[in-house]
Design a protein around this ligand. Structure first.
Ligand SMILES: [Zn+2]
Length: 73
């Protein structure tokens, strides 16, 4: 599904593709490049917290590790 999200910073609508109704992770506004951690439950936006670039980097590393464990070689 495509989830539409409005950036709290610049009010630009962005779309976000989801593989299911639940998602928690980073979102970056395509326009102002602001980063957020978003939580989507049942296709509804539950929370949207500003995310620092350092934290974003850390989350990307965690995701990369998860992928590695999911597909071991
Ligand atoms: Zn924005």
């Amino acid at each position: 599904m495509i989830f539409k999200i409005v950036c709290p910073e610049c009010k630009t609508e962005g779309s976000f593709s989801l593989s299911d109704q639940h998602y928690q992770g980073p979102y970056r506004c395509w326009k102002c490049r602001e980063l957020y951690t978003i939580l989507i439950e049942d296709g509804e936006l539950e929370s949207c917290e500003p995310l620092s670039p350092e934290e974003f980097q850390r989350q990307q590393e965690i995701e990369a590790l998860k992928r590695k464990f999911r597909n071991p070689g």
